[in-house]
Design a protein around this ligand. Structure first.
Ligand code: TYD
Length: 206
């Protein structure tokens, strides 16, 4: 495919939103048009699925149901937005992608390899070229969320043990895909993190 596919990952409260703004600014300053999108969501169907997944009142949601809903949202997202954009040679920047499912559902929910299998049907080899992984200790992440927001969604509301496992999952992924995943210590200052991301982006677009 001709385009460039970038995803951004990290545990809840890793400062992902701030760095996404920086990535958008990076491309805007260079007059490079990007397709910015997010998961779960990114399409009208995906946004409806997102409402179901994050709804705090669905306490009964089975973990496999959850994993399949994320994958369903992703299948639509790849088919409708990501693949066509990449085929047209565009830069796609996606807030979370399949690594989130592997970390949250595979590790956090202990669904293991089933998550990879389900998602292989959803993405059909449409994988990011580069993934920025913001690494922050789950305790720090949780404190940041509490400080910034009054309510937590269904996933954020999970116990600390869950968030620890999600984080472990991310660290495993980083080891498994060193060529794709760029791990960044997100306990650094906002500007330092931004500079590290910008350095890598400069390298990529060269
Ligand atoms: P969102 O509000 O987008 O959170 P954030 O700002 O942290 O990205 O909510 C997405 C939540 O869904 C977040 O807790 C991570 C979780 N998630 C999964 O568990 N699996 C997935 O495949 C994806 C994409 C997200």
């Amino acid at each position: 495919m001709k385009g460039l596919f970038i995803s951004i990952e990290g545990p809840d409260g890793s400062g992902k939103s701030t760095q996404i703004e920086n990535i958008r600014n990076f491309f805007a300053d260079k007059n490079i048009e990007i397709v910015f999108t997010r998961e779960p969501g990114g399409t009208p169907i995906g946004e409806r699925i997102r409402e179901i997944i994050l709804d705090n009142s669905f306490k009964e949601m089975d973990y496999m149901t959850e994993a399949m809903l994320y994958a369903a949202s992703r299948a639509q997202h790849v088919a409708q937005i990501i693949r066509p954009a990449l085929e047209a040679g565009k830069v796609v920047v996606c807030d979370r992608f399949v690594d989130s499912s592997i970390a949250y559902q595979g590790y956090g929910r202990h669904l293991g390899e089933a998550v990879e299998v389900i998602n292989s049907y959803a993405v059909k080899e449409c994988m990011p070229d580069v993934t920025f992984l913001l690494k922050v200790d789950p305790n720090v992440g949780k404190t940041r969320i509490k400080a910034n927001r009054e309510t937590e969604d269904r996933l954020e509301h999970e116990k600390m043990a869950f968030h620890r496992e999600v984080f472990e999952g991310y660290l495993e992924l980083e080891k498994q895909y060193p060529g794709r995943i760029v791990g960044i210590d997100a306990s650094m200052g906002i500007e330092e993190i931004r500079d590290e991301i910008y350095r890598k982006l400069e390298e990529i677009i060269k």
